[in-house]
Design a protein around this ligand. Structure first.
Ligand code: GLU
Length: 451
């Protein structure tokens, strides 16, 4: 079959067979748009129906999660685990607890994860899971009961050599603790490698918490270097104020850049002197409060209720932007603001935060653009390092682990840049990431036969 026919027919069948799952469609389309060159060059992928196979999860698990709230009422949520592709290793990917989570959300995230994990060069397949549970406003005891109920079903589907979940939005160290505790209790085994993002004293890895943010900054550093630039002296906007955003800000400041805005789902803060990371962490992580509390306590900072952080680009020129909150948070109007404000590099700290239209505008304007599957792969890569430590019953020092992370991010950057060169589109990180990720998985699938 002609290459374009194979791509458009497979995409049409993805739309027909997964109705209403718009984020999943978007994620598939973004990868497919990069593949015509690679399929022309290697028709064996078309012959073996790799496109159709790669879009069909190996297994999708949906389950009821009943739990009792603090007032004694029974609550019901829905749990998901999509085991998408295990050609390269055990399924690997986080759990997201957020009221917006539907099967299509988990499928989009799982699909992205396949290629992201492949890009790390490490032996991990792709999967994702989560629930429509809303952690906001829940007590610690409610979170624990929910996690225990969630794991009571999930435990039978996961394992160190099968499927290794971790955190994502709404799932951090506290939740991983409760999930691991219940897994350990049910299975009567201390199988450390079954979950990553664990606490340092019970099998976790140093630098895992910081890894996604640090990794996104390392990747951006390499992109900037390709144009003879560095973070020193640059002004930056970072959306979000979770794990990814917080540690990206910390690393940018360490490299001499200045992050003048951050946000949460309620609004943004503009802090022209540069975000105070310790205060941000205290507000968001310790007090679990909203970001307006940051502005209230910080001299010179302003709170912009209901506004995305990109609005700050109207007032303040920025050279770098790291969307690190959630999917489709940076649209065409925001891309225009950033371009007018002089942005030279955009790197996705979150999964698919830039809409297709915004991505097109940024790329057309010659902005260096790093897709999430390359830029935010440092988190899952350090999860794989945590699995290595667990398997060898070892724990590494922070400097060594960060050096490994930096090396992996450099490798991902090289893989993307070299692949873009090879396919005649130098500097196109979207194409480079999609093709390099796809070919690694597709070659393994070919080798393993029709399974
Ligand atoms: N949720 C993270 C991601 O989007 C990390 C997954 C993991 O560590 O397994 O890559």
């Amino acid at each position: 079959m002609a290459v374009n026919g194979a791509i458009s027919e497979t995409y049409a069948s993805v739309l027909a067979r997964n109705p209403g799952e718009t984020e999943f469609h978007q994620a598939v389309n973004e990868v497919f748009e990069s593949l015509d060159r690679v399929l022309e060059k290697h028709p064996r992928y078309v012959d073996a129906s790799i496109l159709e196979r790669i879009c069909e999860p190996e297994r999708q698990i949906i389950f009821r999660v009943p739990w009792v709230d603090d007032r004694g009422r029974v609550q019901i949520n829905r749990g998901f685990r999509v085991q998408f592709n295990s050609a390269l290793g055990p399924y690997k990917g986080g759990l997201r607890f957020h009221p917006s989570v539907l099967l299509g959300t988990v499928k989009f995230l799982g699909f992205e994860q396949i290629f992201k994990n492949a890009l790390t060069g490490l032996p991990i397949g792709g999967g994702k899971g989560g629930s429509d549970f809303d952690p906001k406003g829940k007590s610690d005891a409610e979170i624990m009961r929910f996690c225990q109920s969630f794991m009571t079903e999930l435990h039978r589907h996961i394992g160190e050599y099968t499927d290794v979940p971790a955190g994502d939005i709404g799932v951090g160290g506290r939740e991983i603790g409760y999930l691991f505790g219940q897994y350990k209790r049910i299975t009567n085994s201390y199988e450390s490698g079954v979950l990553t993002g664990k606490g340092i004293t019970w099998g976790g890895s140093l630098v895992r918490t910081e890894a996604t943010g640090y990794g996104a900054v390392f990747f951006t550093q390499h992109m900037l270097e390709s144009r003879g630039l560095a973070f020193d002296g640059l002004d930056v906007l970072v959306s979000g104020s979770g794990n990814v955003a917080t540690y990206a800000i910390e690393k940018i400041h360490a490299l001499g850049g200045r992050v003048v805005g951050a946000s949460d789902s309620g609004g943004s803060v503009y802090d022209p002197a540069g975000i105070d990371v310790a205060l941000l962490q205290d507000v968001k992580e310790v007090r679990r409060a909203r970001i307006d509390a940051y502005a209230a306590e910080r001299d010179g900072a302003t709170y912009l209720p209901g506004l995305p952080v990109w609005e700050i680009a109207r007032e303040h020129n920025v050279q770098v932007a790291l969307p690190s909150a959630t999917q489709n948070e940076l649209d065409e109007s925001h891309a225009k603001l950033l371009i007018d404000a002089g942005v030279v590099a955009v790197a996705e700290g979150a999964n698919m935060p830039t809409t297709p239209g915004a991505t097109r505008l940024l790329r057309e304007a010659g902005v260096l653009f790093a897709p999430g599957k390359a830029a935010n792969a440092g988190g899952v890569a350090t999860s794989a390092l945590e699995m290595q430590q667990n398997a060898s019953r070892d724990s590494w020092g922070a400097d060594y682990t960060e050096a490994r992370l930096a090396e992996i991010m450099q490798g991902i950057h090289e893989r993307c840049a070299e692949t873009a060169d090879e396919y005649g589109v130098p500097g196109d990180y979207v194409l480079g990431a999609n093709i390099a990720g796809f070919t690694r998985v597709a070659d393994a699938m070919l080798a393993l036969g029709v399974i």
